[in-house]
Design a protein around this ligand. Structure first.
Ligand SMILES: [Zn+2]
Length: 403
């Protein structure tokens, strides 16, 4: 028998495109506008945020490709920052900085308010946190996203994608890896170590079985904290796999943690004096920006879980700033259609009207527009970069900004 009901609680592509994921008040607004002859009123809507979660100074915009697919076929013009652009909540003068501008008859796109914000708020939050971790650890360290198990599986690919855009080197999810176009990354779970210890009396058998069965391109990373001290298990792994061991992973549970930087220092020293300098050290388990700071110069790899997958959203909002060419907006917002210009030397932004050509208030240099045509009358006209290109773009920008 074919089951008609859905097994899991998520909206399909069709439901999202037809507005089923919209708040009901948007349907009511659309109906009232249509019945009262205001359906064709042309407006300009700005998407901005007043402040970034945690008060951090910048974010990474993520979700532009999905916004393009959401609004494709809707009779609107959309100007948007490129996917992966580092943005500030406000410009040099404190004006909220638009990341997206939409123009068209309001009733034709009002239903997409909820879903469009949802597409960029969550993804940008994840990309932002991942990029901050990257900024802390530096460019040459391994950063893996491991946190999809703490979120609904329907959005696992989205979480992995956003973490990758935020410059994670790898992601744990199979579906996420497929979406991005990379091989997923993973090590060994504690469960495998326990089953081998139970069956054969040693955790070494688990690492050896992994080495025996996995194809050569899979890095040999031994999980070294399941039963004994990290230092002892790391040496056992190095002695059993020798040159083939690329990394040990220390996933030390909170109750045993004491001083994690000291544990990593000890493991490093014990490996080095026995000639296992090639064995790198990965840390994972409950890491956040603060704890990563303490470990950044000691460990070679970082597996970040919930801190990335459960990133706070970037609270973008959707506001009318112009109706039929006339500047108007609600209290607390600044009216008028605005382009966001950036000085690429200083990373200073100015939100001024589209036809201005401002110069940088800091260096007097040229400024470039960040809001580029994404959709023209329902047709996607913007270039959408591949995940790899977008990640490179984020990397380059991270070199120019402070944490
Ligand atoms: Zn400048």
């Amino acid at each position: 028998m074919v089951r008609k009901e859905r097994l899991f609680y998520y909206a399909t592509d069709e439901e999202i495109k037809q507005g089923d994921t919209a708040d009901i008040y948007l349907f009511r607004t659309k109906e009232i506008l249509e019945r009262k002859g205001l359906a064709e009123k042309r407006v300009v809507v700005e998407v901005t945020t007043g402040e970034l979660a945690g008060g951090v100074p910048w974010g990474v915009l993520c979700g532009v490709g999905e916004v393009a697919r959401l609004l494709e076929g809707v009779p609107v013009n959309v100007y948007c920052m490129r996917e992966g652009t580092i943005f500030h909540a406000r410009d040099h003068n404190g004006i909220r900085a638009p990341v997206i501008v939409i123009e068209g008859a309001f009733s034709k796109f009002v239903l997409y308010d909820t879903s469009m914000l949802g597409l960029i708020c969550q993804a940008s939050g994840i990309a932002t946190r991942t990029a901050r971790i990257r900024k802390v650890i530096g460019h040459d360290k391994l950063l893996l996203s491991f946190g999809i198990r703490r979120m609904h599986p329907a959005i696992a690919p989205l979480i992995d994608y956003a973490a990758y855009i935020g410059t994670a080197d790898g992601v744990s999810g199979v579906a996420g890896g497929r979406l991005i176009g990379i091989e997923p990354s993973g090590t060994i779970p504690h469960t495998l170590v326990l089953l081998f210890y139970d069956a054969f009396g040693s955790q070494v058998d688990a690492w050896k079985a992994f080495d025996e069965i996995m194809p050569p391109e899979v890095p040999r990373v031994a999980l070294c904290d399941t039963l004994y001290d990290e230092k002892i298990e790391s040496l056992m792994a190095a002695e059993s796999l020798g040159k083939r061991l690329s990394m040990v992973r220390l996933d030390t549970i909170g109750s045993r943690r004491g001083n994690m930087p000291d544990i990593v220092r000890e493991v490093r020293r014990e490996l080095d004096i026995r000639g296992y300098n090639h064995v790198q050290i990965m840390v994972s388990g409950g890491l956040n920006e603060e704890s990563v700071k303490e470990l950044a110069h000691l460990a070679d790899g970082f597996g970040i879980g919930t801190y990335i997958s459960n990133s706070p959203t970037t609270d973008f909002s959707f506001d009318i700033v112009e109706i039929e060419g006339k500047p108007i907006t609600k209290r607390g917002k600044v009216s008028g259609k605005k382009q966001l210009f950036r000085c690429m030397n200083c990373y200073v932004d100015l939100a001024v009207s589209f036809n201005e050509s401002p110069t940088c208030p800091v260096c007097n240099g040229k400024m470039e527009p960040l809001l580029l045509p994404l959709i023209k009358n329902g047709k996607v006209v913007g270039k959408l970069s591949t995940p790899r290109e977008t990640r490179e773009y984020v990397y380059k920008q991270l070199e120019k900004i402070a944490l």
